[in-house]
Design a protein around this ligand. Structure first.
Ligand SMILES: *Cc1c(COP(=O)(O)O)cnc(C)c1O
Length: 220
């Protein structure tokens, strides 16, 4: 593992005031513990089963982030402990998280995932779809989720201008939504964008939360 990369990013996060999520999917628990001992607490996983196994055995003060597509039938397993769900990509999923959170008397922090890439495999709301849903107040009655912001992934390309453009469009959408001052979006302040290959561009375009895996842990 490249501790020097981790040290660099952790220091940068403090200086520039963004949150570094160490994406630990497919990584063994020992590697997570290495970073934990260095002070890292925010870890990201994309599979529920893997997350459950790790959560059961690793320290309880780890903040677990679910960053991958979440099936509605699996929400109940992570509802009791998950710190932030980045990948709310449908109203139906938001409703299910709200329902499971209500059962256990929790308010679960979530991000709405927005589709900004020119790839067909990415999940998320389109910007227009999201604006319309917000205008219609579809999340307003969901008292057991707290919408903290947006998450997005840029196209996986070497074309930096395109990546910049996509992140910039997400930042604009984020600011637009904030400017509407919806009563139920008082916690709307997280913009989760940027991974190993594009976190520098993302930070430049206004990200305040990056999700970095391979750069810290090495190739999966
Ligand atoms: C895997 C993953 C990451 C981290 O990717 P790296 O390229 O390894 O940094 C970030 N976000 C999501 C949603 C992921 O699935």
């Amino acid at each position: 593992m490249e501790h020097s990369k981790y040290d660099y990013l952790a220091k940068l996060a403090k200086e520039k005031d963004f949150t570094l999520i160490a994406v630990s999917k497919t990584q063994p628990k020992e590697k997570i513990m290495d970073l934990y001992r260095l002070g890292q607490r925010d870890f990201g996983e994309n599979r529920v089963q893997e997350l459950l196994e790790k959560q059961a055995e690793l320290p309880s003060d780890i903040e677990w982030h679910l960053i991958g597509h979440l099936q509605t039938n699996k929400v109940k397993y992570i509802a009791p402990f998950v710190s932030l769900i980045h990948s709310v990509d449908s109203v139906k999923l938001a409703q299910e998280i709200n329902k499971q959170a209500q059962k256990i008397n929790r308010v679960i922090p979530v991000l709405l995932q927005v589709y900004i890439a020119q790839e067909e495999t990415k999940f998320g709301f389109s910007p227009d779809e999201l604006l319309e849903a917000l205008e219609q107040g579809v999340f307003e009655s969901l008292k057991n989720i707290s919408i903290h912001g947006l998450m997005g992934m840029a196209t996986n390309t070497e074309n930096k201008e395109q990546v910049s453009k996509e992140f910039s469009s997400l930042k604009k959408l984020f600011e637009l939504i904030k400017s509407k001052q919806y009563q139920y979006l008082i916690n709307f302040n997280i913009l989760s964008m940027g991974m190993s290959g594009d976190y520098e561009i993302a930070l430049k375009e206004g990200s305040n939360m990056i999700r970095v895996g391979s750069l810290i842990f090495g190739e999966r």
